[in-house]
Design a protein around this ligand. Structure first.
Ligand SMILES: Nc1ncnc2c1ncn2[C@@H]1O[C@H](COP(=O)(O)OP(=O)(O)OP(=O)(O)O)[C@@H](O)[C@H]1O
Length: 248
């Protein structure tokens, strides 16, 4: 696997918010098929790292390459093409609250559709079978015609996962995708993310090391914006985790 071209390559990456250095001197290579968990205390830089990977943020130092391309050097059109290959789940889920669930799930396909087809779909939804199947897989088959604003936080989180299933990306970048879920549903969602048929590669930030060990192949630990742990998930010891989460 390490012989294949990496899906992600970060070289000496840093990110500053004004005078605050959120990430420093990160080198990271992720190959197709890896399921990488990013762990670390609150404020360690996990969301910042994931935002660099899905192209919503540019590094202030070093270079980020995803599928061999540096998003910061691409035209807007090429960057959109690259972003279609990446499925993102954010902490806020990025759903449209006032529409029915099926439209939010169908939005996973918008990048593949013409504007006319996307607009027509708001009135006459296309591909309902695929949307229904995705909702079934996250346990929300009953919610197809519900208004999104009526769902609970955990249900919304699963709608965002269903949208990802419909998008069928090659790389999934998920920022705390199970934060509002009960333990059984959290495990189910991580199973789904790890086995998306098209997406060999997953980068997921988590607050529960046990989920990382169970559902991921590799664990990267961030502390004050630097990588202090990078090991196969099966080899991450409790002592290493205690170190990672120790109060500074
Ligand atoms: N837009 C911003 N402006 C200024 N500082 C920011 C901004 N976003 C993040 N930071 C700071 O950068 C650091 C890293 O933040 P980040 O959100 O990446 O951490 P995190 O590990 O994801 O935390 P959490 O687990 O609480 O979500 C923190 O100190 C945070 O306060």
């Amino acid at each position: 696997m390490s012989g294949s071209a990496p899906v992600i390559r970060l070289r000496s990456v840093g990110h500053r918010f004004g005078s605050h250095e959120a990430l420093r001197d990160l080198d990271l290579t992720v190959h197709a098929g890896q399921r990488l968990a990013v762990l670390g205390t609150s404020g360690a830089g996990k969301s910042t790292l994931l935002a660099l990977l899905n192209g919503s943020l540019e590094p202030t130092a070093g270079s980020v390459e995803v599928f061999g391309e540096n998003p910061a050097r691409l035209s807007a059109a090429r960057r959109r093409q690259l972003q279609r290959r990446i499925g993102s789940v954010s902490q806020e889920f990025a759903l449209i609250e006032q529409v029915r669930v099926l439209h939010n799930v169908n939005a996973g396909r918008l990048a593949r559709w013409s504007t006319a087809r996307a607009l027509a779909s708001m009135v006459w939804p296309h591909g309902l079978g695929e949307v229904r199947e995705a909702l079934d897989r996250v346990g929300l088959g009953w919610a197809l015609h519900e208004r999104t604003e009526r769902l609970s936080g955990g249900e919304r989180q699963r709608v965002a996962i269903a949208r990802l299933l419909v998008q069928a990306p090659e790389l999934v970048v998920a920022d705390e995708p199970v934060a509002s879920l009960d333990p059984v549903r959290a495990a189910g969602v991580l199973d789904l993310l790890g086995t998306l048929p098209t997406a060999g590669t997953l980068v997921v930030s988590l607050h529960q090391p046990s989920l990382a060990r169970e559902h991921c192949t590799r664990v990267v630990g961030l502390r004050q914006g630097q990588i202090v742990l990078d090991r196969p998930a099966a080899d991450v010891s409790s002592a290493a985790l205690d170190d990672l989460y120790a109060l500074a």
